[in-house]
Design a protein around this ligand. Structure first.
Ligand SMILES: Cc1cc2nc3c(=O)[nH]c(=O)nc-3n(C[C@H](O)[C@H](O)[C@H](O)COP(=O)(O)O)c2cc1C
Length: 200
């Protein structure tokens, strides 16, 4: 299992520093109680008007039909590693407000909030999570009968950390590659857009 903590200029909570997106999972199912914890974490996320626009289609690896159905929506390049995950999750955002039916411009944003809660809960359980946009959203919409008021957001693979020695050379390189980020000066601004905040 690779450990790739973030290099930071300020101390981070270990859950945040240690979270990363591996391509190496040990092919073991999650327990029902773990899956419940992941979903509870998402359920208690904040949302605009407390509208809770998220929903999650769960495909556990020990339900072969469900797992195969969501795995089949993924791009080939994602299937090669995501097939070892213990759980695949399709996050879906409601893009209309539940009370009024008006557009909810925070639907995708708040579904992302719920998703990172799920991801961090996975990390807290000693599991790992990897989000994917590389999937066929139209196929998923049709297969799962997702209504027009909702939008497939992302698929998340969650599982037990695996042994990189079991990977192909290509995947192993990815698994062990450095994690890269833009500097704080390119994202933390003050006064006007693009003007870096002075941390020192
Ligand atoms: C919405 C979204 C879509 C992503 N799509 C893919 C994907 O299709 N395939 C993949 O291997 N990684 C995907 N990733 C993972 C990112 O590449 C990864 O989070 C980023 O490189 C930062 O690496 P880290 O999560 O290990 O810190 C996606 C992440 C997000 C949030």
């Amino acid at each position: 299992m690779s450990h790739k903590p973030a290099t930071t200029s300020a101390e981070l909570h270990p859950l945040l520093a240690n979270r990363w997106s591996p391509v190496c999972f040990r092919p073991e199912p999650l327990t029902k109680s773990q899956i419940a914890q992941l979903c509870e974490a998402a359920r208690w996320a904040p949302s605009s008007y407390n509208d809770q626009p998220w929903s999650f289609l769960l495909a556990p690896r020990d339900d072969q039909t469900a797992f195969g159905k969501l795995l089949g929506c993924l791009a080939e390049a994602n299937q090669v590693w995501a097939k070892e995950a213990g759980l695949l999750v399709l996050a879906v955002a409601q893009t209309t407000l539940k009370k009024t039916g008006n557009p909810n411009k925070f639907g995708l944003h708040d579904t992302g909030m719920a998703t990172i809660s799920m991801v961090l809960q996975a990390e807290a359980l000693g599991l790992r999570a990897h989000a994917m946009g590389g999937y066929n959203a139209a196929q998923a919409r049709a297969l799962y009968a997702i209504p027009e008021t909702h939008e497939p957001a992302a698929v998340i693979a969650i599982g037990h950390p695996g042994d990189p020695a079991t990977l192909s050379p290509d995947l192993r390189k990815r698994e062990e590659g450095a994690r890269i980020r833009q500097p704080l000066s390119q994202m933390a601004f003050t006064g006007k857009f693009g003007q870096p905040f002075a941390f020192e």
